[in-house]
Design a protein around this ligand. Structure first.
Ligand code: HEC
Length: 238
C-alpha cells in the first residue's frame, strides 16, 4: 500500500467531498455519495462546456478536476476524445488535474471522471458540440482580423491579439453559452447572475464589463462566425 498516507487520505476525503457536493447540487450522475466534514470545494470544471466541430479546424476544451488520480472518458467517444494534459501556465493548478478534449463531430455528450482511489464514484460534465461550416469560420476570422474603418466594427484582433490582450480562448470562454458570449461582444455585459465559469479559476463574471465601450457590430451570419472563430482558438500555451 505505497499510497497509504496523509496525501492519499486527503485525496480520498477530497473526492468524497466532491461526490457529496455534486449529489447536493443534483447536476451530475453520482456513484457512491458519502457525507464528509472537510471544507474542500472540489469539482469538475467547467460543468458545461460549449465547443464546435468542423473537419478543417481544431476545436478543443480543457477540463479540470480535483479528483485524486483521475481517469477520464467521454460517454459518446464518437463526439470527442480526451487525454490527460499538463497544466496551462496561466491557470492556478494546485490540487487539480487537467484533460484536453478534442471534438470529432457535432453532438452532445458527457465528460466523465472516475478516481483510481474510489473507482465506484464518478462525476460528469456536459459537452455541447455545434457544427460550424467553412463559411462561418471564414466569416468569423475576417470579422475578427479586419477593421473596415467603421468605429463599431474595429478588428477584435487589434486589442485581443496584442501580448497583453484579454484572453477569450476556450480556456476562459468554453464554460459560457453562445448567448452569453454574444452579449459580452455586442452589449458589453454578462447576464445579471453568473451563467458559466472559466476552467480552474474563480472567473464567473456577471453584469456589465468594466469596459462599457465593448459594443461591437456583428451581422447575423457573423454571430455564428465569430463564435466559430473564438471556439476554435488555441488554448493558451497548449
Ligand atoms: C478596443 C479593444 C477591444 C476590441 C476592438 C474588442 N475587444 Fe473584446 N475585450 C476587450 C477588453 C478590454 C475586454 C475585457 C473587458 C472587461 O472585462 O471589462 C474584452 C473582453 C472580451 C470578451 C470576454 C472576455 C472576458 O474576460 O470576460 C470577449 C469574448 C471578447 N472581448 C470578444 C471580442 C470580440 C469577438 C471582438 C470583435 C468583434 C472584440 N472582443 C473586440 C477589448 C476589446
Amino acid at each position: 500500500m505505497r499510497h497509504f498516507g496523509a496525501a492519499a487520505r486527503r485525496g480520498r476525503r477530497a473526492w468524497t467531498a466532491l461526490v457529496f457536493a455534486v449529489a447536493l447540487s443534483g447536476c451530475f450522475s453520482v456513484g457512491t455519495p458519502e457525507p464528509s466534514g472537510t471544507g474542500v470545494a472540489p469539482g469538475l470544471f467547467p460543468r458545461v462546456a460549449y465547443s464546435g466541430f468542423n473537419p478543417n479546424a481544431q476545436f478543443r476544451a480543457l477540463f479540470a478536476t480535483s479528483a485524486a488520480e483521475p481517469m477520464w472518458s467521454v460517454s459518446d467517444a464518437s463526439i470527442a476524445t480526451v487525454v490527460p494534459s499538463k497544466a496551462p501556465a496561466q491557470l492556478k493548478t494546485e490540487g487539480l488535474s487537467f484533460a484536453l478534449v478534442t471534438m470529432t463531430r457535432a453532438g452532445e455528450t458527457t465528460v466523465v471522471v472516475r478516481s483510481r482511489t474510489d473507482p465506484d464514484a464518478f462525476v460528469t460534465a456536459r459537452l455541447v458540440v455545434k457544427a460550424y461550416s467553412d463559411e462561418a469560420l471564414a466569416l468569423g476570422k475576417a470579422r475578427y482580423d479586419t477593421s473596415p474603418g467603421d468605429p463599431a466594427r474595429v478588428a477584435c484582433a487589434s486589442c485581443h491579439a496584442k501580448p497583453e490582450g484579454v484572453d477569450h480562448s476556450p480556456l476562459k470562454m468554453a464554460g459560457f453559452d453562445d448567448a452569453t458570449i454574444l452579449g459580452v461582444i455586442q452589449e458589453a455585459t454578462y447576464p445579471p447572475t453568473p451563467t458559466g465559469q472559466a476552467v480552474a479559476s474563480d472567473y464567473a463574471p456577471k453584469g456589465p464589463l468594466s469596459f462599457p465601450g465593448h459594443r461591437w457590430n456583428l451581422t447575423d451570419p457573423e454571430k455564428d462566425g465569430i463564435l466559430a472563430h473564438l471556439r476554435s482558438l488555441p488554448l493558451g500555451g497548449l
